[in-house]
Design a protein. Sequence first.
Lengths: 402, 214
Amino acid sequence: MTGLQLAVLSLVRRKTATVVGILCVAVATFASGALISVVGTTARAFDEVDTDFDVIVGPKSSGLSVLLGGLGARNPSQDVLPYSLVRFVERKIEPRHIVPLHACSVFEGHPVFGTDGRFLNRPEGLVSPSVAEGRWFEATGEAILGSVAARETGLRIGDRFVVNGLIPSPSPEVSDWRKELEVVGILDNEGLPMDNAVLVGMETSQAYYNWELGLALAPPTKKDEAVTYFWISVHPEQTPLVKRWIHELSTAQMVDTKEEIAFLRSLSGGGKWTAWVLCSCILLLAVLGISVLVNARFESLKPELGLLRALGYSKLTVAGWILSEIAIIVLIAVALSILLEGIGIGWIDVPHLLSFTDTPTRWPSAWNLAVWFGVGLAALIVGIAPVVRLYCHNVQDSLQGF
Amino acid sequence: MQILYRGIEVQFRGMKDPLFRIGERRIESGARLLIRGPSGTGKTTLLHITAGLLDPHKGSVAIDGKEISSLSEGERCRWRRTTAGLVFQKLNLLGHLTALENVLLGSPAGETTKEKAREALTKLGIDDLANQLAYHLSLGEQQRVAVARVIARSPRLILADEPTSSLDARNAELVMQTLFQSTGKDGTLVVATHDERVLTRFRDIWNLEGGEIR
């Protein structure tokens, strides 16, 4: 009999131990792989968040929420600000540029923002998005799509689609809000979260706000128009002034985008390290578990090893048996974990889980491959221990009482 | 296959006197030898020394002129694989393998085919147990599987330690008859036992008693 035959027979006949071993390794590998994928996706999403605007103003919330919501990297806030605040900042501070954004509705997972021509036409020094196909919207009922939104919805110039305002508790008295829109343009890909958005005119978004207001779904803004966020590009030294006016005269929240993005990146780096430490701990525990099992098994196998040696089996064959057992367990476990990851990671749906990003989960990534390779390597190390013990072991000790 | 013992002395730790001494003794090629003696006199130890599983504290064992005690562990292993077959006193079957697989296990070089293994089991009257796990076999059945493991590959030297201890008279006779038939003309059979039922089969008998062979 060969070492491989002995290993297969041993694994098949000791089903419980085999299944437990495979499940331990598979679950640890899956957990590590899932963690790496989630953290990797989040980190990539963080890296994509960028803007050359200096300040973002939004409803009272954490700085990170305002930054991510304001740039379209996560679901926008449900709260609104009065549009008069935009006018106030324009009048009092006279910044270089302001872009208002009003979040209204969602179309097939893509946020619909109301804005105006200032989104497209920015002063020198600020990167202006360009229209790849078609034109900018000019009338109510027209929409322009970010490149990702266009790709994922499959909409083309001239296509019509309907955005809905769905009331939480439908009743016969109140109907849903429906607005049919025509695609008139598609923006160039900028590699920013806004690529995921659908942009409509402020009139359209205000109509949605008024519908919400009528149902008491939205907070009132003293009969004013509403805005969710606005981006400000300031002249040098204006940032403290904006901060003072916003924080002293309104309930809005202002974030300095450069500071907040730097903080975001530091979180991303820390998250990666934490994930790797956690992964290492999970894998270490799995490896330690297997190591304990293998070494305990080696003790119980001593008479069997003695018998094999007495029958004339070489140490190489016996070592092949031990290593084959471990290799088979690890191969099946990694294959199982790949299957679980393939199903599970898609199911976990990182963007919605974190409510944070629309960046798709990339699987398998180089990090997943590293985890699988790491498990194999760890198993090899675990397998070497009993093999070394076998080579150091005096066969006559195992033969006492034969 | 000729075996030559020269100046063998075996003494285990804590023993005042050696377990046994063998001045110079020879087992000729083609011999059928019975080693008998009370329990604890060293029959198993002598078989293990002959198989290269144990080293004597003094002296040497030469088989066909080659000193076993001078071989490395790997060389002894190779020698057992190619030349010797052992029936252990404690049987030592792997419980998670079937009777047939245990017979195949006795052939590290792979010379025992499934057909030969089945044939060996048939000779010992246990072919119907071929697919039974060793765990589930009775002691007597296990003993016959252990014998089948050796005879399936027809080694030139068979060392059998108490091969009939758990068998009834009919099966003890069957096992001895099979062992004799399976040892070729030039092959050597050494049986260690205190089973009086098998005495009559042997012309060469060593009595290991009082630390000496008589």
